[in-house]
Ligand binder design. Structure first.
Ligand SMILES: Cc1cc2nc3c(=O)[nH]c(=O)nc-3n(C[C@H](O)[C@H](O)[C@H](O)COP(=O)(O)OP(=O)(O)OC[C@H]3O[C@@H](n4cnc5c(N)ncnc54)[C@H](O)[C@@H]3O)c2cc1C
Length: 707
């Protein structure tokens, strides 16, 4: 049975016709096959232990091989473009009291008042229509749980497993999305999961300094909506961050979160099957998450790492304490199949432990809080159009991720009071919920073209054959679809902007079809559905690891419950972020000087991209333009329910992840990070949940459980 559907590329192509492969009949055949082979839910973990449609050619502009110093110097320093963009920035442009439609009359306490009785909450009918044809019904779930966890993502899956280890505890895991479909299993198909039926499909709000060349000035903000959450749709990179990150968390006033205190938890979750497994100080063997190097390595992945080595970067274990260097990354996969946190932590215990219930397609709308005692009693959720209240004897744990955790808290009266007043939500606890948003920013606009020597582009027929091959291989998968390819050629460098002896830039490279990209960058990026395996170019993506800019999440003013929250990333509002990333872009371009790049004929496409044509390719202003016009992230948002001591006015949770000002409520997920880590965020989130599970056990079981 098909449960999963990709993004509707045909509507996009109908509206914005483009001479690219995604808008061709071949795309229809490809999508049909992916749905037929991988659209169901069958994946089990029980092992025995040249585009004909493109007419656009890219050419080298006259600026090729231009010595930067010989061109107009002003092009290499902030000029009119940057100044003009910054002049549009109004630092007061997100005022709570002017931004919202005060006429909306939602009161979450009606939920509390109406427990067991008739609902007074008017829920948007069109969104709650279920098998009952839209009649909203309310039920009190007879079961009472010790712990209710909202969200089965990276953190929620770990918590559900670890807490249900205690046989006497009854645990409920609520997940808004469906079961994890088979398509998530195929590493090379990570591209096709974005904007699909298991993505929340959020978008950023238009801003002066971000995403200006995307339609509507909005960037997609991908978040997983399925068992496994974002770990089911991510790019499988296994990374931990730098020792400094965690020592910094502890120094900010969060006892228990230093690197040495977290290292046992990094080891605990890991089942390392690669050479790193010999290092039993850093790595673990026998944990739930299988970690390996993909069984297939393509030539460009190896060449990229070689080029970084030529630039002087040491070959290192990228998960080591000080991660300055390069290597082919480790991945959260097993035998060429994705190991989401659902696969790692939930599938093995599902239907085995009697004390855990898992409800999918269950959308939590509010926390049930006694306004007098400020005690959290349970959760209200909607499934198939029916509203349920469930109750927790010990705690409710919100693990809905960096966007939806603050949303649920704010809907429940926990958040900045001005914002809540503006929506007529009574305030339970006035906290900086939704603030402190951080992410690893980059651009989609810097393109490397590969020569025929290493291009991996194949015919459409071959792509379909590879899908069939992968599907048939049992149980081990091999071949180009069993890897994310060049995404695993990873490097960490330190620019002059790095404040400490740790990296501030990380590199990733995504496969691209160069002609299609240049034919219509917007439509190409919106319809990115092809396997990562087949490409004739690369997008070179330096990521800013230490952003100073901070964004904010607000509730949707017209439909706070079902409407998407308002995401203001506010990237580059601190200009040093732009400058550090430009250093990263310059470093990327310098790879072209290496013998490795020369030997394979790889070179940067020095054609100014649409909307940046007025700048000299490679100049400061050109790079600034790329970052501001073609902003992108690799979807690592954190920080919106910040962990911090009581004196920190921005803190939402304390160092045991308990929400300030309310009882029996924790937030445990990526949103609690006070500052983003220097690396991909999945494993840090797992580690937060592992650590927090033990804290909870310590509190209720008097230190009976330790690692
Ligand atoms: C496209 C993409 C690529 C990425 N690549 C990598 C990578 O290669 N390596 C890496 O380390 N990190 C990567 N990340 C980031 C990493 O996956 C996340 O940081 C991590 O999964 C966050 O975990 P979380 O538990 O905080 O949230 P999530 O995993 O997002 O989980 C939140 C869960 O809560 C559910 N939920 C939300 N609201 C409700 C509600 N109201 N009721 C019920 N359920 C709800 C959601 O459906 C979801 O399942 C990537 C992320 C994305 C999106």
């Amino acid at each position: 049975m098909t449960t999963w559907l990709p993004t509707d590329v045909f509507s996009i192509c109908a509206e914005y016709p483009a001479p690219i492969l995604s808008c061709s009949p071949a795309a229809y055949m490809y999508l049909s096959l992916v749905i037929r082979l991988f659209g169901g839910v069958n994946y089990s973990v029980n092992y025995p232990t040249r585009n004909p449609y493109s007419s656009v050619q890219y050419t080298h502009s006259s600026s090729i091989n231009k010595n930067p110093l010989s061109s107009s110097l002003s092009e290499y320093y902030p000029g009119p473009y940057v100044n003009q963009a910054y002049s549009q920035l109004n630092y007061n442009s997100y005022p709570y009291d002017t931004h919202f439609d005060r006429s909306f009359n939602y009161n979450p306490f009606q939920t509390f008042d109406s427990i067991g009785g008739e609902s007074k909450v008017e829920i948007k009918k069109e969104k709650t229509k279920g098998r009952d044809g839209g009649k909203s019904r309310r039920k009190r779930n007879s079961k009472e749980y010790d712990f209710i966890i909202v969200g089965a993502g990276s953190a929620g899956c770990v918590l559900a497993n670890r807490l249900s280890e205690v046989k006497k505890w009854r645990v409920l895991l609520l997940e808004a999305g469906p079961e994890e479909p088979d398509v998530t299993m195929v590493p090379s198909l990570a591209t096709i999961l974005r904007q699909s039926s298991i993505d929340w499909r959020y978008e950023t709000q238009p801003e002066p300094l971000t995403c200006r060349s995307y339609r509507g000035g909005s960037c997609p903000w991908t978040r997983g909506k399925t068992m496994g959450g974002s770990s089911a749709i991510n790019y499988l990179v296994y990374m931990r961050g730098n020792k400094y990150d965690y020592d910094n968390w502890a120094n900010l006033g969060n006892p228990g979160w230093s690197y040495s205190e977290l290292l046992p938890y990094f080891r605990k979750s890991e089942n390392n099957r690669d050479v790193e497994s010999y290092d039993n100080y850093l790595h673990g063997v026998g944990g739930p998450i299988t970690v390996e190097r993909f069984p297939y390595l393509d030539i460009n992945t190896a060449k990229l790492v070689a080029a970084f080595q030529e630039k002087g970067l040491p070959l290192i274990d990228l998960t080591s304490e000080n991660n300055l260097g390069t290597n082919i990354g480790l991945s959260t996969s097993r035998d060429g199949r994705r190991m989401s946190i659902n696969v790692a932590y939930i599938k093995p215990i599902r239907d085995v432990r009697p004390n855990i219930d898992i409800i999918v397609n269950a959308f939590a709308t509010t926390l049930i809080i006694d306004p007098q005692t400020k005690m959290v009693l349970g959760v209200t959720y909607i499934k198939d159009g029916v509203t349920y209240n469930v109750f927790a004897k010990k705690e409710v744990i919100v693990s809905a991720g960096t966007i939806n955790s603050p949303k649920l808290l704010m809907l429940s009266g926990i958040g900045p009071k001005e914002h809540l007043y503006s929506l007529n939500i009574p305030v339970i606890s006035d906290l900086a919920v939704g603030q402190n948003l951080q992410d690893h920013t980059t651009t989609d606009g810097l393109i490397i073209a590969l020569s025929n020597k290493t291009s991996t582009l194949v015919s459409n027929e071959k792509v379909l054959n590879e899908l069939q091959n992968y599907h048939q291989q049992q149980p081990k998968k091999d071949g180009p679809l069993a890897t994310t390819n060049t995404l695993n050629a990873i490097a960490f460098i330190k620019t002059k902007y790095a404040a400490v002896n740790a990296p501030d830039i990380q590199f990733h490279f995504d496969g691209r079809n160069v002609e299609d990209f240049y034919a219509d960058p917007q439509t190409y990026l919106e319809t990115s559905i092809w396997p990562l395996a087949f490409y004739n170019g690369l997008s070179a993506r330096p990521l800013l690891l230490t952003p100073k800019s901070r964004g904010v999440i607000l509730l949707n003013q017209t439909d706070p419950i079902f409407g998407p929250p308002l995401i203001y990333p506010r990237f580059f509002t601190v200009k040093e972020d732009l400058d550090a990333l430009i250093e990263g872009l310059r470093f990327a371009v310098s790879l072209e000087e290496t013998e490795t790049f020369k030997s394979i004929g790889a070179h940067f496409v020095r054609v100014p991209i649409k909307n940046c044509e007025n700048h000299i390719w490679g100049s400061y202003n050109y790079f600034a333009c790329l970052l501001i016009e073609y902003t992108s992230t690799i979807y690592h948002p954190v920080g919106t329910c910040k962990m911090g001591p009581a004196w920190d006015k921005d803190a939402v949770v304390d160092s045991r992840l308990r929400v300030y000002g309310v009882k029996r409520l924790r937030v445990i997920d990526a949103s609690i990070m006070p500052e983003i880590v220097r690396g991909n965020t999945n494993i840090p989130t797992v580690t937060i949940a592992e650590r927090a599970s033990d804290m909870i056990k310590e509190e209720y079981l008097t230190k009976q459980f330790t690692v």
